[in-house]
Design a protein around this ligand. Structure first.
Ligand SMILES: *Cc1c(COP(=O)(O)O)cnc(C)c1O
Length: 391
């Protein structure tokens, strides 16, 4: 490691040289990757279809800016709308940038409707929405804010309530509330799944008060839970939704999806991004969507997710001293432990399995969505070996 990188990451001393499917290779070893670049490489490493899409576009045109028509962007927006509640899409480059976009759009909606004081956004305990200035205000982790805000206690127009608690949410709404920004499944916060009934009640509350429901699906969207978007497990529809991570399968891209009703307040010049939705990013994302929407792809995600969690569930009784519970949906899973998650991830890594820690003592398992059943068996047997060793 050299001295020129700002040390904001305490990096693991591993350097991967290439990858294939669910596997990452160093000079001497191979690792089973159940981190997928934090839910990004949703089709594994070096996916043939994605490489082809990138290569074709790279030989044609990379970037023109949003000053011009980008047909790849138009196609991608159409696909995302056809696969969801949405009528319009704004493209950016990351999850945090999508957070900024969605908050801006929610506030602008009420502002343009003449409700200039309706600008308060309700967010949740254990929330994570990225590391921009807006992201750290919307997120619940105070350490992410330290030193970066004029006043660490400033709420920046956000009101925080308990996750998955409808009474707490109802109580927090007042005449200045613009909307609610919610992860249907909290990722960094520890794989906390919002109840389907809770989502229904949240929608009802939004309708009653004429406020907007925005969902953060940066981690749980793009097939991760076995539906294209996680909210589709319920029969509610949000007004806005953020996407990123898996959307580009490893190529940086983010998006804000919204209804026409919300979109019509966003006029020329009201928001922008130089790179957002360029030809390269959109071509790769189109290829990702092409794969995920293939027949039986999501069915397999559900099957493999159930297979994985069933195996993990059996560890609860076998290793009760270290293992608390299994969480998640589809291939967005977590194991809640009674020992430090960092230590557990390190132990698994020594046995050549890559996992990701989350908050509240949860370790995340984020394999590529096209992981093979045999690879799940290898991963769970390594996890069991780790549990045995520390029990
Ligand atoms: C990762 C994540 C973000 C931030 O995405 P970046 O691309 O890192 O900016 C926002 N929201 C959720 C739910 C995430 O998991």
């Amino acid at each position: 490691m050299n001295n020129y990188i700002l040390p904001t990451y305490n990096r693991i001393k591993l350097k991967f040289l290439y990858g294939e499917g669910s596997w990452l290779y160093t000079k001497h070893d191979r690792y089973l990757d159940f981190s997928s670049g934090i839910a990004v490489n949703c089709l594994g490493h070096s996916n043939k279809k994605l490489k082809k899409a990138l290569e074709l576009q790279a030989n044609k045109l990379w970037h023109t800016s949003n000053l011009y028509i980008i047909s790849e962007q138009e196609k991608l927006a159409e696909q995302l709308c056809k696969l969801s509640f949405a009528n319009k899409v704004f493209f950016c480059n990351s999850g945090a940038e999508a957070t900024d976009g969605v908050i801006k759009i929610m506030r602008k909606y009420h502002y343009a409707n003449g409700n200039k004081k309706k600008n308060k956004i309700i967010v949740f305990n254990n929330a994570f929405h990225g590391r921009t200035l807006t992201g750290i205000l919307a997120g619940s982790n105070l350490s992410h804010r330290e030193g970066f805000l004029p006043n660490i206690k400033s709420t920046g127009g956000f009101t925080r309530v308990e996750f998955d608690n409808i009474k707490a949410l109802d109580k927090a709404i007042d005449s200045n509330t613009a909307g609610i920004f919610l992860e249907p499944i909290q990722g960094e916060g520890g794989i906390n799944v919002a109840d389907i009934n809770y989502l229904k009640e949240v929608r009802k509350i939004c309708n009653k008060h004429n406020i907007l429901l925005a969902l953060d699906e940066v981690q749980c969207g793009i097939g991760r839970t076995g539906k294209f978007f996680a909210y589709q497990w319920s029969n509610i529809k949000p007004d806005l939704l953020t996407s990123a991570k898996g959307l580009g399968g490893g190529f940086p891209i983010g998006a804000v999806l919204m209804t026409n009703e919300v979109a019509k307040k966003m006029t020329f010049g009201s928001h922008g991004s130089t790179f957002g939705g360029n030809q390269l990013a959109c071509s790769v994302a189109l290829s990702v969507i092409g794969e995920i929407t293939k027949k039986n792809f999501l069915k397999k995600v559900i099957e493999n997710g159930n297979f994985l969690r069933k195996k993990l569930e059996s560890f609860k009784n076998l290793y009760p001293m270290v293992f608390s519970s299994v969480k998640g949906k589809g291939l967005l899973s977590g194991i809640e432990l009674k020992i430090p998650t960092k230590d557990f991830c390190e132990l698994a890594r020594k046995k050549k399995l890559l996992l990701v820690p989350a908050a509240n003592n949860v370790v995340r398992l984020l394999p590529p969505l096209n992981v093979k059943k045999n690879e799940i068996k290898i991963a769970t047997s390594i996890i069991e070996k780790c549990l045995k060793e520390i029990s």
